[in-house]
Design a protein around this ligand. Structure first.
Ligand SMILES: Nc1ncnc2c1ncn2[C@@H]1O[C@H](COP(=O)(O)OP(=O)(O)OP(=O)(O)O)[C@@H](O)[C@H]1O
Length: 236
């Protein structure tokens, strides 16, 4: 595996909370890696360290061989990011935002993404007036627009209707086949089973599984393996 993303003994602490507790895993070029785990398991914290938005308290992260916390603008242009809350400018319509990003990245892929994600019907509506699922689609288009070599997508299909979810899965598989390393956090077992080449399961900041979905499911259902590994419902 050509390791586009490497997490080694990563540690991130907030006061008394150990959000990431010595986690090690990697994601390959031309693979979709789904990161699963209960609420509070440390998924978003890990992804934000990999995006260079948070500085680890211990261990190290590498993205395309670079420490994301120290990364240059050139490195950042090679990495696509879709944040959990969208992180989009609110008063701008999607058409203007995507046209602006298209000029910034010198790419003509905007119209293709608009069509694939069916953004046209609401392209002229300011982002703040969009539904949650519509906003997700715009955020995903923005993350993939610059033809990134690595993309971090935090729950990209959360709240999407079934048609939109299938369209997103097709798009991500295509990008994977073009050689992009895609790291996708999700709570969806079906999503992980149908999409992932590898699954990393985090629990309380630690890696409790890191393998293909079939190997983790071990002849059964991924969902059952997940509950066995993460110990069922907790208050966290
Ligand atoms: N800035 C912060 N200050 C204090 N605690 C934080 C901060 N960010 C995260 N945490 C805590 O770190 C832990 C891990 O949070 P994180 O958001 O990484 O979990 P997650 O796996 O992404 O959860 P979810 O599935 O709910 O999105 C949680 O206990 C959370 O409350």
């Amino acid at each position: 595996m050509d390791r586009a993303v490497v997490v080694e003994d990563l540690r991130r602490v907030f006061g008394d909370t150990i959000a990431v507790d010595g986690a090690s895993w990697a994601a390959g070029t031309g693979e979709i890696t789904c990161v699963l785990g209960p609420n509070g398991a440390g998924k978003t914290t890990t992804i934000e360290c990999l995006e260079g938005l948070q500085q680890p308290d211990g261990g190290r992260c590498r993205v395309l061989g670079t420490d994301p916390w120290q990364a240059s603008a050139d490195h950042r242009a090679r990495v696509g990011v879709m944040l959990q809350d969208g992180g989009l400018p609110q008063s701008v319509p999607a058409s203007r935002l995507l046209a602006h990003l298209g000029r910034l990245y010198r790419t003509h892929r905007g119209p293709e993404l608009v069509e694939r994600l069916d953004i046209t019907p609401f392209a002229r509506t300011p982002v703040r007036r969009l539904s949650g699922g519509q906003r997700q689609r715009v955020a995903l288009a923005a993350a993939l627009l610059g033809d990134p070599e690595v993309a971090f997508l935090d729950e990209p299909t959360a709240g999407l209707d079934p048609h939109a979810r299938l369209a997103v899965w097709d798009l991500l598989r295509e990008r994977r086949d073009e050689g992009v390393a895609l790291v996708v956090t999700t709570h969806g077992f079906e999503e992980a089973e149908r999409l992932a080449d590898r699954v990393v399961i985090l629990d309380r900041g630690r890696v409790v599984a890191d393998d293909t979905p079939a190997a983790i499911a071990a002849g059964g259902r991924l969902e059952d393996a997940y509950f066995a590994l993460t110990g069922g419902l907790r208050g966290s």
